[in-house]
Ligand binder design. Structure first.
Ligand code: ADP
Ligand code: G6P
Length: 457
């Protein structure tokens, strides 16, 4: 069939407990298209030269296999121990090894080949995230002329930080092979353009696109969002109490993969600081839902241990027979339940030290009762803060600042809560996930299929 949309990402959904912004957003965006989604099979395997169809979704899904060694070196290694910390300003956590880089290139070359053999001339390819930076380069080498778009879900690195890579110059060259580079925020676009500006191989064309060697690429921001109406309606669904018999009187919620970029230790410390000065008799809880992620990587084991210690310490200091201040839940929660948990929370804490967008912030706003909304406490370093300026913005490195924001949120007058919520909701609605994917695909389709430089000169 001609003219298909082919989505490629490392992670694909395998059960209904989606966690991780990419899978949640694409799952919602694809609900009403006939796209084909290709991603890594959750189990390792040796039949790596085939795509296997996975059944049981509204859209067509195919999986490629990774060997045990590739999971180690491509996924846990280069993707999550080099590119992820680099893009999240944690150069100190970068673990550079030659076997990581060669596995990353090898897997990308293989996926390029597997996809290229299936392509029809009118198919459009949309690759997602930092696992696939060299994918278009691999496809172009095979002669693929189709439009290939790329969306980076995480922050675009600062020019200086790229020097952490063994061959920083390939970062720009690989990206330039995509017809469209989609980024989360305007600041990401500024950093990407700065990278191209500093590269003697790149030239800016009058329409703002970048000519790099023999290709032209565009860089644009497309802030990702959620299925706002769907999530809001899940949130106000009646049902069994979300906590069963142990419903806390008032609580603040946090929902994050257990990642060092989410600023969880400072969040717990700030909550503890707030408890020291809270009004007498008040017994709020911090309900933190944090499913483990990438646990074979040392930095993730360290953050898991650190958080357990802090949670234990806060509870040891403040708990009473009828009150456990920190409820720390280390697993995934079905989305319908999550939506109701958000709605009943007095506040939501997003304390990312660096974050591409942060969908949790948008989910919390969408889930609120507009007549009596809770307060979003939001890190200035989350991409969502670029537009959602009416949230209670905090500096996640400053524990006192977060603690003060908690105190303000717990006692904020209804009129102010409503104003802030209404302004934030307008942002969530304007960046709905279907708008995000439609906008990206519209711009990608407008790109010329093969570059004709006579258009520019
Ligand atoms: P990231 O992409 O870095 O994980 P985001 O905040 O953008 O961060 O996206 C996280 C997504 O994963 C959200 O949709 C959130 O609801 C979901 N999620 C995170 N933790 C859980 C959990 N424990 N149970 C269910 N969903 C979760
Ligand atoms: C972030 C990344 C995604 C990734 C997700 C979950 O959202 O941008 O690419 O899928 O985290 O991480 P995981 O390593 O479990 O896929």
């Amino acid at each position: 069939m001609a003219g298909r949309l082919i989505i490629i990402s490392n992670r694909i959904p395998t059960n209904e407990h989606l966690s991780g912004g990419l899978v949640v957003a694409l799952h919602d965006a694809l609900a009403c298209t006939d796209a084909v989604w290709i991603g890594a099979h959750p189990d390792p395997g040796d039949n790596i030269e085939e795509l296997e169809e996975l059944i049981g979704s509204k859209y067509q899904k195919f999986a490629f296999r990774l060997t045990e060694e590739e999971i180690q070196n491509y996924y846990l290694g280069y993707a999550n121990s080099v590119i992820w910390p680099l893009c999240h300003r944690r150069g100190d956590l970068v673990d550079m090894r030659s076997e990581y880089q060669s596995a990353y290139l090898k897997v990308n070359a293989r996926i390029a080949r597997l996809v290229a053999t299936q392509l029809e001339p009118d198919d459009i390819i949309w690759a997602h995230d930092y696992h696939f930076l060299p994918l278009a380069a691999g496809m172009r080498e095979l002669g693929v002329k189709n439009r290939i778009g790329f969306f980076l879900h995480i922050p675009f690195p600062a020019l200086g930080d790229l020097s952490v890579l063994s061959k920083p110059e390939t970062f720009a060259a690989d990206l330039a092979q995509f017809d469209l580079i989609g980024l989360q925020t305007r600041s990401d676009v500024a950093r990407c353009l700065e990278m191209f500006r500093a590269d003697p191989r790149a030239e800016f064309l009058p329409d703002g696109s970048v000519k790099f060697n023999d290709r032209v690429t565009s860089v644009r921001s497309f802030p990702i969002g959620i299925d706002t109406a769907g999530f809001a309606s899940e949130a106000c669904h009646a049902g069994l109490p979300v906590f069963g018999r142990e419903t806390p009187e008032e609580y603040i919620i946090g929902v994050d993969r257990l990642d060092y970029s989410k600023g969880l230790p400072n969040r717990f410390r700030a909550f503890s600081k707030y408890l020291e000065t809270r009004p007498l008799g008040r017994k709020p809880c911090l309900v933190q839902i944090a499913p483990p992620t990438r646990q074979q990587v040392r930095a993730y084991q360290d953050i898991t241990r650190e958080l357990e210690e802090i949670a234990g310490h806060v509870n040891g200091t403040f708990a009473e027979l009828d009150w456990t201040p920190v409820r720390y839940i280390h697993r995934s929660v079905p989305r319908a339940r999550l939506a109701r948990l958000y709605r009943q929370a007095k506040a939501c804490l997003v304390t990312s030290l660096a974050d591409g967008m942060n969908l949790v912030a948008k989910e919390y706003i969408a889930a609120q009762n507009p007549d009596d909304p809770g307060v979003l406490i939001l890190s200035r370093f989350a991409g969502v803060a670029e537009d959602m300026t009416e949230a209670l913005l905090i500096n996640p490195y400053d524990i006192e600042d977060i603690a003060k924001a908690i105190a303000i949120a717990m006692d904020m007058p209804l009129s102010e809560r409503k104003e802030r919520h209404a302004a934030s909701l307008r942002i969530v609605e304007a960046t709905d996930v279907s708008t995000w994917s439609k906008n990206f695909l519209r711009v990608l389709k407008e790109r010329p299929i093969s570059v004709d430089f006579s258009r520019y000169f």
